[in-house]
Design a protein around this ligand. Structure first.
Ligand code: 4NP
Length: 161
């Protein structure tokens, strides 16, 4: 078995969207017996929440769906650690732009919502300042794209992206 592909889910704060994306995609990968092909983590482009837990609204959304963010510890992606990852899964176009500015190659960055058939992938909107429905919406978007993303990541592993 080759080395696991190192995949980082990225949002702004690493407390709402990307931690939820990480556990949603991990659970689908586990259901499909794909977990040992990948190393999944998540990070934010901002530093505000480093070392802290997931936003309680994301954590309870995860629990409601049979997942857990109990052990999540927010971390930051920077120029210094960007070389630790093969692929970045960006929640929105700002995240994508920031990753490329830090030195990620454009072909290393995939949009989380790239698998819905839209000509240009929409953002997973930031639910941080909104109400509870934003977290359910985010969950549905993540779940909808998880299978397509895993197929894409398997292709990345076999050939390249
Ligand atoms: P996330 O949401 O990027 O989905 O984790 C946010 C969390 C915190 C902040 C912004 C967005 N903040 O400004 O602290």
């Amino acid at each position: 078995m080759s080395q696991p592909l190192r995949v980082l889910f990225v949002c702004l704060g690493n407390i709402c969207r990307s931690p939820l994306a990480e556990v949603v995609v991990k659970s689908v990968a586990q259901e499909q017996g794909l977990l040992d092909q990948f190393h999944f983590e998540s990070a934010g482009t901002g530093s505000w929440h480093v070392g802290g837990g997931a936003d309680p609204r994301s954590a309870s959304k995860a629990l409601e769906k049979g997942l857990s963010l109990e052990k999540h510890q927010a971390q930051q992606i920077t120029r210094r650690n960007i070389g630790n990852w093969d692929i970045f899964v960006a929640m929105d176009s700002d995240n994508r732009r920031n990753l490329i500015a830090m030195g990620a190659k454009p072909e290393q960055v995939v949009m989380m919502r790239a698998f819905e058939g839209a000509a240009q992938a929409p953002d997973v909107p930031d639910p941080y300042y909104g109400g509870a429905s934003g977290f359910e919406d985010a969950y549905q978007m993540l779940k909808l794209n998880a299978q397509g993303l895993l197929q894409y990541l398997q292709q990345c592993k076999q050939h390249s992206c």
